[in-house]
Design a protein around this ligand. Structure first.
Ligand code: GLN
Length: 192
C-alpha cells in the first residue's frame, strides 16, 4: 500500500477485509518486501511530487514491470500511459489515456451503480458494483500496444470503462475501498 498521500488507510482496511496483510510503503527499501502495490486515490500531482522527492518514481516504474499494481482514481492517473487536463508525467504501466476530473460536475462526487462484465462476475460473484466517484478521471481511450497483454474492461459507467486490467495490473477510476463489497480487492489479491 503506497502511503505517501491520499486514502491509503481506507485501502489498507479494505485489503485486510479481503484477507491480505498490507505493508504501508513509504520508502524504497520496502518495495523488496511486497508482492504487489496499491496506489490509492488522493491528488495525483501531489503524489507525483512526493514520489520524485522520495526518489521512488523510477522504482515504481521498474516494480510495475515485474509485479502487479492496482491504482484507484489518482493511482489510475499515475499508472496510465497518457494523462491530460492538464498533462502530467505518469508511470505508463497500462495502455489507457485518462483525462483528469473528466466527468466534471456531472459526477464530481457521487455514488452510482455500475455494470460489471461477465469476465468480472465469473471471477468474483454476480452483480453490479456500487461505485464511489470523487473528482474521478475518465478513461478516454485504450491506447493499445502490440507487445503487451490487451486491456480488458471489467466494468463500465455510462458506457465508459471504469475498471480495467492489463496483464498483472488493475485500474479503477472509482473507489472500491469505500464500500463493503470486497470483490475488486479480492480480484487484485488473486493476481499476487
Ligand atoms: N482529481 C484527482 C487527481 O487529479 C483524483 C481524485 C481522487 O483520487 N479521488 O489527482
Amino acid at each position: 500500500m503506497l502511503s505517501l498521500q491520499g486514502d491509503f488507510a481506507a485501502h489498507g482496511a479494505a485489503l485486510e477485509r479481503a484477507g491480505a496483510q498490507p505493508v504501508y510503503v513509504r520508502e524504497r527499501a520496502q518495495l523488496a518486501q511486497i508482492d504487489g502495490l496499491v496506489i490509492p486515490g488522493g491528488e495525483s500531482t501531489t503524489m507525483l511530487k512526493l514520489l520524485r522527492y522520495e526518489g521512488l518514481f523510477d522504482d515504481l516504474a521498474e516494480f510495475g514491470r515485474r509485479k502487479p499494481m492496482f491504482g484507484t482514481c489518482a493511482g489510475a492517473i499515475l499508472m496510465a500511459r497518457e494523462v491530460s487536463h492538464p498533462s502530467q508525467e505518469s508511470l505508463g504501466l497500462v495502455d489507457i489515456a485518462v483525462e483528469r476530473n473528466g466527468y466534471g460536475r456531472q459526477i464530481d462526487s457521487r455514488v452510482v451503480e455500475i455494470d460489471t462484465t461477465e469476465n468480472f462476475q465469473q471471477r468474483t460473484a454476480p452483480g453490479k458494483l456500487e461505485a464511489v466517484f470523487i473528482r474521478a478521471p475518465i478513461i478516454r481511450r485504450i491506447t493499445g500496444s502490440v507487445e503487451r497483454a490487451s486491456v480488458n474492461v471489467l466494468a463500465r459507467f455510462a458506457g465508459d470503462p471504469v475498471l480495467i486490467e492489463q496483464g498483472p495490473h488493475l485500474v479503477a477510476t472509482f473507489h472500491p475501498e469505500l464500500t463493503s463489497d470486497s470483490r475488486v480487492h479480492e480480484l487484485f489479491l488473486r493476481k499476487l
